[in-house]
Design a protein. Structure first.
Length: 79
């Protein structure tokens, strides 16, 4: 079910989880978008999220992988 690599970026487990991701996206998102533009921002966000979920799956860390943390770390890495 390959779609789970994409859709898990939009699921969150707790209110703290989604709020911390939203704050991080609010802080780092505008900087990345300003430097790279909207299309590249979206590409970096989605590619980072998909590859972080894929690496979690391949390393057998956990069968459950949710949240946008990997995508946000990708944005921070792009800075």
């Amino acid at each position: 079910e390959i779609y789970r690599l994409f859709t898990s970026m939009f699921l969150h487990q707790t209110l703290f989880h989604i709020s911390s991701n939203m704050i991080s996206l609010k802080v780092y998102g505008p900087m990345v978008e300003k430097w790279y533009g909207t299309k590249k921002f979206l590409f970096v966000y989605l590619a980072s999220g998909i590859f972080s979920n894929l690496s979690t799956f391949l390393m057998n860390v956990s069968p459950l992988s949710i949240g946008a943390s990997g995508a946000i770390y990708g944005l921070i890495g792009a800075l």
